[in-house]
Design a protein around this ligand. Structure first.
Ligand SMILES: O=P(O)(O)OC[C@H]1O[C@H](O[C@H]2O[C@H](CO)[C@@H](O)[C@H](O)[C@H]2O)[C@H](O)[C@@H](O)[C@@H]1O
Length: 325
């Protein structure tokens, strides 16, 4: 589903744990369920449409099967071949090296800078399993993410609903962007802290303007210039939205949009994560790390093979940070 033209708006910026950004526009929710149980956009009752629908469903299923990581693993490496023995894999690793093997280089570039960590959920923090409701995160992975969040601002950016991904991760100290980043939440403590920072800098900015006042509304900050002109300035995102935009938004929200001094690291495994990799590559800021066991066209700079390597990388980051403090 291409959501690139969607425009969520702020619906309820006040309540704690409610979306800062709103939900999917209704025109993107027009799905009906085909006989057989597959949801297909715009397909329903007439016979011709049914046949077209079946063809599309079958095409989608073929496409899904052929792009399945499991199938690609078999196709790419054949039986009994390990990835390391495969020339295509070696060529890919030269283009998109292991983030573990390149760890020293990554942290050397991060010296004196602030690292921000962005983590996709499925396939990154939890292994891909058949039943989406069983894609649980292991306790050791949760501990690794908890530790990372002690030292670096850390966000989960998932295609799942924000509530659902929170149910899996269960760490209140993180930031969460659900529905591919269209639904963003941070703990109230984080918001309050950042709202305070924003309030402070806005107060400085308007200090020379007679009649202008700044109001900290906890989740947003208003600049009142009623006594300067007859309005309140309210700024909110107009959204052409994807995970890349979500990362940019979170960096800004956290006051980490200083590309000279901040290194965002985004780890993800699927096509939707490419939007985030692309943003980091295009802004020449930070690193995208693709989780994949097979060669893939990617905008990421580095790769990790699976969630266990992701965990190792997160543990490396924590160890490095502790030693460099
Ligand atoms: O952005 P993500 O956190 O990676 O979420 C993307 C989708 O992940 C889930 O589906 C995938 O993982 C399932 C559990 O391992 C697996 O059964 C499914 O085949 C994968 O596509 C989730 O169910 C989706 O809602 C997310 O959009």
């Amino acid at each position: 589903m291409d959501l690139s033209n969607s425009s969520p708006v702020i619906t309820d910026p006040v309540a704690i744990n409610q979306p800062l950004l709103g939900s999917l526009p209704s025109n993107l929710m027009q799905y009906s369920v085909m006989p057989g149980g597959y949801p297909v956009p715009g397909m329903n009752v007439s016979v011709n449409r049914l046949k077209i629908g079946e063809a599309i469903v079958s095409g989608l299923l073929d496409a899904m099967k052929s792009s399945s990581p499991r199938r690609r693993l078999n196709v790419a490496f054949g039986q009994g071949n390990s990835p390391d023995e495969d020339p295509a894999y070696s060529a890919w690793m030269a283009k998109c090296p292991s983030a573990l093997a390149s760890f020293k280089k990554i942290v050397a570039n991060a010296q004196g800078k602030k690292i921000a960590v962005f983590l996709d959920y499925d396939g990154t923090l939890s292994p891909i399993v058949d039943d989406p409701d069983k894609a649980v995160m292991s306790p050791v992975m949760r501990a690794a993410v908890r530790n990372v969040a002690k030292y670096f601002p850390t966000a989960i950016v998932s295609g799942r609903s924000r509530n659902k991904v929170f149910e899996f991760v269960k760490l209140k100290e993180l930031y969460y962007a659900g529905s591919h980043g269209m639904d963003i939440m941070a703990s109230s403590a984080n918001y309050e802290h950042n709202a305070e920072k924003v309030t402070k800098s806005l107060l400085q900015a308007v200090s020379g303007v007679d009649g202008a006042t700044v109001e900290n509304n906890k989740f947003c900050v208003s600049v009142h210039y009623r006594n300067v002109a007859e309005k309140v300035l309210e700024v909110r995102p107009v959204i052409d939205w994807d995970k890349g935009k979500a990362v940019e938004f979170l960096l800004q929200l956290l006051g980490l949009n200083d590309s000279e001094n901040v290194i965002p690291i985004y780890i993800g495994d699927d096509r939707t994560d490419e939007d985030a990799f692309k943003v980091l590559r295009q802004t020449n800021c930070g690193y995208g790390i693709l989780v994949s066991q097979v060669p893939k066209e990617t905008q990421a700079f580095y790769s990790l093979r699976d969630p266990s390597e992701v965990m190792e990388f997160l543990n490396f980051l924590v160890r490095w940070k502790k030693h460099s403090m």
